[in-house]
Design a protein around this ligand. Structure first.
Ligand SMILES: C[S@@+](CC[C@H](N)C(=O)[O-])C[C@H]1O[C@@H](n2cnc3c(N)ncnc32)[C@H](O)[C@@H]1O
Length: 144
């Protein structure tokens, strides 16, 4: 079933939710918001494909080769929420990590039209936008 159908029916709470479905901004931000409602308070949401290496890896619709889609824009939006903390582990194709904690590092961004952010914005601002962390940092953050 689609993630929308799943979240509509679901009544369970989860420790871990892994989002790796339709790699568009619109679907991913919906998946993140739905997942935030059914992850345990001390649980974690992981999001695949957050760090596209090249412009063509993130073009919607898919061109060719490895496709990350514009998932990264959903991470940028999640970074502006005050009720979750969002990081991106530099692993594989970029693994978003979202925790249900007060956001003490809110992304301050003037352009709230996340869908229309450009790859050049990401290229210039990826450290602020994505809040990148190493795997070692991820382990420390999750345990604290
Ligand atoms: C990149 S693959 C990841 C598959 C899986 N994580 C794995 O490792 O085998 C993306 C998958 O999401 C599915 N998909 C596409 N749109 C979806 C949607 N709206 N809801 C749920 N899954 C979707 C695709 O059919 C595909 O199987």
């Amino acid at each position: 079933m689609t993630s929308d159908e799943f979240f509509k029916k679901n009544k369970n709470k989860f420790d871990i939710i892994f989002l790796d479905g339709l790699h568009t901004y619109e679907q991913t931000i919906k998946d993140i918001n739905n997942a935030a409602k059914c992850v345990q308070d001390d649980g974690v949401i992981l999001v695949h494909d957050c760090l596209p290496k090249k412009i063509w890896n993130q073009i919607v619709p898919r061109l060719y080769g490895h496709w990350n889609g514009d998932v990264w824009k959903a991470i940028v939006e999640a970074r502006t929420y005050n009720n979750i903390q969002t990081f991106t582990c530099i692993a594989d194709h970029g693994l978003g990590m979202i925790l249900k904690r007060k956001n003490n590092n809110i992304l301050n961004i003037k352009n709230k039209d996340f869908k229309n952010l450009k790859f050049s914005d990401y290229y210039k601002n990826h450290k602020d936008f994505m809040n990148p962390i190493t795997y070692e940092q991820l382990k420390t953050i999750i345990l604290n």
